[in-house]
Write a protein that binds this ligand. Structure first.
Ligand SMILES: Cc1ncc(C[n+]2csc(CCOP(=O)(O)OP(=O)(O)O)c2C)c(N)n1
Length: 590
């Protein structure tokens, strides 16, 4: 008698042998090295979930698809591999859209697998389908921000489409790809060998020797050169190459928000962040540079002071050399003397090798001293605040306690608001990749969720989300998800009882904070997030004096369950050495 065991032992599959697509798909994901899928269920994806449940892949179920998407984004940043997100159709997909768009604008590799209505209902407008103006149209919702949106209309296209998705999410400039799968496709039969094609190993584009020599010449001969690093430098793992180039030619380094951590905070050639919330020396050195080498950056508005030549970049007369993996980034906002499409690590590696072999460059004897003095002078603005005992706390005191408590290799994940702007400007980061922030879309609600993925990717390192009460309130269900997933993350809620950054902006221009503060019966309204965390089974502590914060942080970092630390805070603005031209637009009427 033939047993089932006999069938599976040492037998090559016959040509007609088939299995259900979702089981083959999950095995393929395992072979791709996928270790975790983030998502939320729906009737369109339970065939896939059954297969996931029988696999080695972990499934982290969130209570809102935006949380799952940000967690997948955080995971991708900390694990340095694509995040994988699973969503139901219609409302699941639209809920996820913000999180996926956030990943897209920060060039984070992600594959989104979404269930859809059965393919044979095409044109009949079934339950939960997005179809108002086109039939079977839900995947189009992701079109403006995904590198590709695929709808799989035939089961036999699923293997090829998934392979394309993983290839495209990582190739060139990384980003999300959507694979929209009608639910009958998950349950269709496919030949057992259908998922045979793996994504091709890719050699990244390098810098030619001639271009490298030209760039090193320009930097060496310049009187006031600057290297301007963007998030592409961190994403490409190019920070040691960046430091090597800067040191070989004695060129100072300024950076975007996304590139914070590209050089140790105490490196004598580091100018800091540029733009509206940047540092005065960063803005000044960039504005007065004769040559700027920009690498892996969009030269985005916030970091470029709205491209106004009076503040951060005056190009021309500054000559710009721009290296980016995406040709679309080159020459968009500034005239560019030389554009190079290359991987940041390969380019900086070649440049540093050429630079080290070069003799003769302009002397820049006073440079390190000048940087040290300027950075000291700017830091003097908040030195007292770092020690301040006031209650509600000064935001700077929160930063200083955090810096003391979190190990250098711990992750600081921010949201938007004082947390992002203050950390970008004032918080020392020494290990590349430990600062994680939503830059391009600047999504309120990113930080509390992204930290889940970060901790999952690096379970042995500290992971702290520094966020406002607005950002935390956007989706407090993250605490329940962390409990279920066993993730001992820490949320530090900077609580100013409102959307403080916008309240401050409105107060500055209109003398009111209407619509920006949390109020109940005309009084400030504070949610007790610490008590809420305890109700969810997590730890929660409300800080009642500045001196409590350090101990609370250390206990939270040592705990094996997640902790919310709520810190009542003064709504004080972050210093703004740069410019944002929205401030020229507001007009007050009667
Ligand atoms: C989803 C989303 N909605 C609105 C905004 C606009 N916005 C930018 S900062 C901010 C306030 C954030 O408040 P909070 O999290 O409490 O931080 P704070 O500004 O008080 O430091 C808002 C609403 C945004 N960035 N994202």
């Amino acid at each position: 008698m033939t047993t089932t065991a006999d069938i599976h032992v040492d037998r090559a599959p016959g040509p007609a042998e088939t299995r259900i697509a979702s089981y083959l798909l999950v095995e393929y994901l395992e072979r791709l090295g996928v270790e975790v899928v983030f998502g939320l269920c729906g009737h369109t994806v339970i065939a896939f979930l059954d297969a996931l449940g029988k696999s080695r892949i972990r499934f982290v179920t969130a209570r809102h698809e935006q949380v799952a998407a940000h967690a997948a984004d955080g995971y991708a940043r900390a694990a340095r591999k694509p995040g994988v997100l699973l969503t139901h159709l219609g409302p699941g997909l639209t809920n996820a859209a913000t999180g996926v768009a956030n990943a897209a604008l920060d060039s984070i590799p992600m594959v989104v697998i979404a269930g859809d209505v059965p393919s044979h209902y095409y044109g009949r407008h079934p339950h939960q389908e997005v179809n108002l103006h086109q039939d079977a149209d839900q995947f189009q919702i992701f079109r403006p921000f995904c590198k590709r949106v695929y709808r799989v209309d035939r089961a036999e296209d699923l293997p090829r489409t998934i392979e394309r998705a993983f290839h495209l999410a990582q190739a060139g400039r990384p980003g999300p790809v959507l694979v929209d799968v009608p639910m009958d496709v998950f349950s269709a039969d496919l030949p057992v060998g259908a998922f045979h094609q793996m994504p091709a190993p890719m050699a990244r584009p390098a810098l030619s020797g001639a271009a490298a020599a030209q760039i090193v010449d320009a930097l060496a001969q310049a009187e006031r050169p600057v290297i301007y690093a963007g998030g592409g430098v961190i994403a490409a793992g190019a920070t040691s190459e960046l430091v090597a180039l800067a040191e070989a030619l004695e060129v100072p380094v300024a950076h975007s928000l996304m590139a914070k951590g590209c050089m140790r905070e105490d490196h004598p050639l580091l100018l800091g962040m540029t733009g509206f919330w940047g540092t005065p020396i960063g803005n000044e050195k960039c504005r007065t540079a004769d040559v700027i080498l920009a690498v892996g950056t969009r030269l985005a508005e916030a970091n470029s002071s709205s491209w106004d030549p009076r503040y951060t970049f005056a190009i021309p007369p500054t000559r710009l050399i721009h290296i980016d993996v995406d040709p679309a980034e080159i020459g968009r906002n500034f005239p560019t003397e030389l554009g190079v499409v290359a991987d940041a690590r390969l380019a900086l590696e070649t440049l540093s090798t050429v630079a080290r072999g070069r003799t003769g460059r302009r002397k820049r004897d006073r440079l390190r001293l000048e940087i040290a003095e300027a950075r000291r002078a700017f830091a003097a603005n908040w030195r007292d605040q770092w020690e301040s005992d006031q209650y509600p706390l000064r935001p700077e005191r929160i930063l200083s306690e955090l810096r003391k408590a979190v190990p250098e290799d711990g992750f600081i994940v921010t949201d938007v608001g004082w947390n992002k702007n203050g950390v970008g400007q004032q918080f020392p980061i020494t290990v590349p990749g430990t600062f994680i922030t939503p830059s391009g879309l600047a999504t309120m609600g990113f930080g509390p969720s992204a930290v889940l993925g970060v901790k999952l990717a690096q379970p042995h390192r500290a992971a702290v989300a520094l966020i406002g009460d607005g950002g935390f309130g956007a989706n407090p269900s993250v605490v329940a998800t962390a409990m279920e997933a066993g993730l001992a993350v820490v949320w530090v809620v900077m609580d100013n009882a409102g959307f403080g950054t916008i309240a401050g902006l409105e107060a500055m221009h209109y003398g009111t904070d209407f619509g920006c503060m949390f109020e109940c019966d005309g009084k400030p309204y504070r949610v007790d997030f610490a008590a809420m965390a305890r109700a969810m089974g997590a730890r929660g502590q409300m800080i009642t004096a500045a001196r409590e914060l350090g101990g609370a942080l250390r206990e939270a970092l040592a705990a094996s369950v997640p902790t919310v630390i709520q810190v009542p805070m003064e709504n004080a603005p972050t210093p703004t050495p740069g410019h944002w031209n929205i401030n020229d637009i507001y007009r007050k009427g009667s």
